[in-house]
Design a binder for this molecule. Structure first.
Ligand code: SF4
Length: 342
C-alpha cells in the first residue's frame, strides 16, 4: 500500500497531528481540572486535530456501586468542557462508553499485556492500600493502563498532552502499542507526550486538592457566595497573626491562587502589601474572590444554559460520538486486518 493511501495515518502529512486527551468521570470538575488540562485543550484545538473525551468507563472503576451518578456527571462534564472554551466545531467531544470500540481494542491489548507490566505501574503500587479501604481493588482498576492505551490508540492519536511528571505514565501505553505492532507487523502510531506546563494547584488548605479533605474549589458548582466563603477560610501565612504583622506571600495559599487568577498588577499589589503589612488578609482574599468570580461567572452561566437545553447538548454529544466512532471503527478494521482476524 502506498504511503499516500495508508489507512494507518491516512493523511498525516496533509493535516495537523492528532491529539487525544480525556478526563475520568468522577464527579464535578474542580480548578485542578481546568489548570491541569482544560485550559490547555482550549489552546491545542487551534493547532491540532483534537479528540477530547469524558472517560466514564474509567469513572466506573471507583463508582461501580453508584453507576446512576455516572450519566449526569458525564453530561455535566461535556457541558463544562464547552463552557470553558472547548469548541465542538473544532474538537471532537465524545463519551468513552458511547464508542464501544474502546473496549474491543482494550480486550485485544489486555491479551498481549503481561501482568508484570501492570504490577509495576506506580499508581497501582501507591494506591493499593487506599483501594482496599475504598473497595476499589478490582480488575478494572488494575487494567486501567491497558484501557488508557486503547483510548489513545483507537483514535490513532500521535500526541498526548501531559505535564513533565506524567510522561512516565504514558510509557506503558507506548509499550503496549509497540508490542501490538511487533506481534502483528502493524503500524499503529506510537503516542508521544506533548509536554505542557501544568501549574501547581493545591487545595484551599495548601494540601493536595481532594474531595475527601473538603478543600476543593469547584469550577462552576461554587456560587459567588460559596466562592467568597471558601476563599475566606483559606489558610494564610501563619506568621501574620495581626494586621500589622508583615507576611510572606510565598508561604500563603491565597497567593498561590492569586498567581492562577489575578493580573500582574494585582500580584504586585499582594506582594508589596503583604510584605509591608500595607494590606490585610481580608483585603487580599476579597480581591482574590472577586478575580475568581470574574473568570468563572461566564462559564457558570454557559454551563447552566447548556444543561437547560437538553436538545442542544444531546446534538453536540451525538455528533461528537458519531465522529469519534467512525475513526474508532476504522482503527479496528486496521487492527483486525493486521491480526488477520476478521
Ligand atoms: Fe496571604 Fe495575602 Fe495575607 Fe499575605 S496578605 S498572608 S498573601 S492572604
Amino acid at each position: 500500500m502506498s504511503e499516500q493511501t495508508s489507512p494507518i495515518q491516512p493523511a498525516a502529512a496533509a493535516r495537523p497531528a492528532r491529539v487525544m486527551s480525556g478526563m475520568r468521570v468522577s464527579g464535578r470538575l474542580h480548578i485542578g481540572h481546568f489548570f491541569g488540562a482544560l485550559q490547555n485543550w482550549v489552546k491545542l484545538q487551534s493547532e491540532y486535530e483534537c479528540f477530547f473525551g469524558a472517560m466514564d468507563w474509567h469513572g466506573m472503576t471507583t463508582a461501580y456501586k453508584s453507576p446512576q451518578e455516572i450519566g449526569p456527571w458525564t453530561r455535566e462534564m461535556i457541558a463544562e468542557f464547552i463552557a470553558w472554551g472547548v469548541d465542538p466545531e473544532k474538537s471532537t467531544l465524545f463519551i468513552q462508553s458511547h464508542v464501544p470500540e474502546h473496549l474491543e481494542l482494550f480486550m485485544i491489548f489486555a491479551n498481549l499485556t503481561p501482568m508484570g507490566w501492570l504490577e509495576r505501574v506506580n499508581t497501582w503500587k501507591d494506591a493499593v492500600d487506599e483501594m482496599k479501604s475504598t473497595d476499589t481493588h478490582n480488575l478494572g482498576r488494575f487494567a486501567y493502563p491497558v484501557l488508557q492505551a486503547a483510548d489513545i490508540a483507537i483514535y490513532r492519536a500521535q500526541k498526548i498532552p501531559v505535564g513533565a511528571d506524567q510522561v512516565a505514565h504514558l510509557e506503558i501505553s507506548r509499550e503496549i502499542v509497540r508490542r501490538f505492532n511487533h506481534l502483528y507487523k502493524a503500524k499503529l502510531p506510537e503516542m508521544n507526550p506533548l509536554l505542557t506546563e501544568v501549574p501547581l494547584v493545591t487545595g484551599l488548605d495548601g494540601r493536595k486538592m481532594s474531595k475527601s479533605y473538603g478543600n476543593t474549589l469547584y469550577l462552576t458548582e461554587d456560587s459567588e457566595k460559596d466562592l467568597k466563603k471558601k476563599v475566606n477560610m483559606m489558610v494564610t501565612d501563619t506568621a501574620r497573626v495581626r494586621r500589622e504583622d508583615v507576611g510572606e506571600p510565598t508561604r500563603c495559599s491565597v497567593y498561590g491562587y492569586h498567581k492562577l487568577y489575578s493580573t500582574t498588577e494585582d500580584l504586585e499589589w499582594v506582594e508589596q502589601g503583604c510584605r509591608s503589612a500595607g494590606i490585610g488578609c481580608g483585603d487580599c482574599k476579597g480581591r482574590l474572590a472577586a478575580n475568581i468570580e470574574k473568570i468563572s461567572a461566564g462559564p457558570r452561566e454557559k454551563k447552566k444554559e447548556l444543561l437547560n437545553n437538553s436538545n442542544l447538548l444531546d446534538s453536540i454529544i451525538n455528533a461528537g460520538c458519531e465522529k469519534a466512532r467512525k475513526e474508532a471503527q476504522l482503527t479496528l478494521k486496521i487492527v483486525r486486518k493486521s491480526m488477520k482476524w476478521s
